[in-house]
Design a protein. Sequence first.
Length: 206
Amino acid sequence: MKPYHEIAEILSKNDSILAKVIQSVKTELKPSPSIDVYYWLLEAIVSQQLSVKVADIIWKRFADLFDNQYPVAKQILLTDDNVYRSIGLSGQKTKYINNVASFSLENDLSFEYINAMTDDEIIAYLTQIVGIGKWTVQMILMFPMDRPNVFPVDDLGIQTKMKAWYKIDLEKKELKAKLTSISDKWDPYKTLACKYLWKSNLEIST
């Protein structure tokens, strides 16, 4: 894939509003690749519906339960659920973590296996795990896997930023249809466009 700065130039030429979005971001965006999809699935579950600060604290408590701070699947399943609750995980998240561990023992979660699939195939494969939804898989595609053309239309942050920058006053299905239509201009680099939107300064859009 092209370097991020080259992609940003292409996106700016194809969409004048996105060019302003990119201009508003003063920090350089860089890929954060990882090949450990299993680890990212666990971290995503722990972090669900939590602030970054709280999620970091609970994730550290969770990782500290295991040798070398790595939650091996068999160890996860052997740990009593009450231990997870004692570090701040809900009963539901505990079930989801166990689901990821069980799935990893019965199915291939290696990067090589998953990376050979298309984005849609990866979403279909990983959402078999109860507790892992489409949005979570999209975040894994966009960040550790650095897939270039993902557009998470259901993401509230993306919706909020695009409504502000593109002066959109729509909701629900109409909103998603409009946002998807706009994102077509960014093909095949929708992922980086979204990363810029998340980081963008909303005050500049007004």
